[in-house]
Write a protein that binds this ligand. Sequence first.
Ligand code: CP3
Length: 338
Amino acid sequence: MIFIDACFRKKTPYTPVWFMRQAGRYLKEYKEVRAKAGDFLSLCKNPKLASEVTLQPIDILGVDAAILFSDILVVPMEMGMKLDFLVGEGPKFAKPIENEQDLIALSEDSHLQLNYVYDTISLTRESLAEDKALIGFCGAPWTLATYMIEGESSKTYHKSKKILYTNPYFLHQLLKKITHNLQNYLEMQIQAGVNAVMVFDSWAGALEAEAYLEFGFAYCKEIASFIKKKYPHIPVILFPKGICGALEQIDGDFDVFGVDWNTPIKRAKDILGEKYVLQGNLEPCRIYNKDSMLKGAKEILDTMENKGHIFNLGHGVLPDLPKENIQELVKFIHNYKG
Ligand code: CP3
């Protein structure tokens, strides 16, 4: 698999490419399957339909890897927090985490409730071409904690940060409990057949660098080393979004570092390129305009020279990006000769 080879810095005939949020509303095929399922969470819980949308970007875009179709929030949901996705509003937890009792009530064993995810993985692996990788994933402890404490998406994260600065012990206890659940969850995903795992720390950039290293990245590293010790052949990708200012302090036992679009790829290469394969980092909105898209892609490819690089966006595909441009982008990357 060219994607897995690139994760381990082996020589590849071209730079492999896939996109965060490559399955989603910009595809009419996705919207059709979602309508069949009824709503987003029912789609996540239906292995046959979830597997179908996992495979769509392979056929439609020709990318080198599929990412499991699910959501990072199924873990807190199966830890016992009632979750709804309200149309047009995003995720909402009925009762956010506020106190010690809420923390104690959270399950240690959510991985035993997530069989629909493992079934999606095995069904998908059965139909996926042998040379295409299947990526499993989870949300990072800090990012999940923000949803669990705020109860929904936030612009300020002030409830989570208030706890961080007034009761850091409590936040660490919560992060530890989430980490434990995620280690088991990723292990079960590997046993079900994923070829790589990725940890999404989407709201890393909400914290000061020092605070992120203590309350965020430390837990990502714990998850990574747990997996690497047991499954050295499975690449681990960490994606802490928004931490350009902390790149010098990144270390740990993982294989691939996801670079967000705020970070110049040259800067990431100079600081981390020897230690980690880099994944990224085209600004997703460049895809609205073909010229900006190809110019941005060329700059990234010229900087990385198909050495220790996996092409991706610097964050997820947006629902209104033109599919035709994304298809052209994949062809451009696969044919690029430098
Ligand atoms: O990347 C993929 O194609 C795989 C599937 C995937 C989804 N969510 C599907 C999804 C993955 C890897 C995620 C991760 C995820 N979920 C993250 C981390 C990555 C990131 O984007 O930063 C986060 C923060 C979430 C939480 C989440 N899920 C939010 C805030 C929302 C609502 C916002 C929105 O775009 O509507 C979701 C819903 C969601 N997850 C959708 C999809 C395709 C849209 C649901 C729909 O069909 O209406």
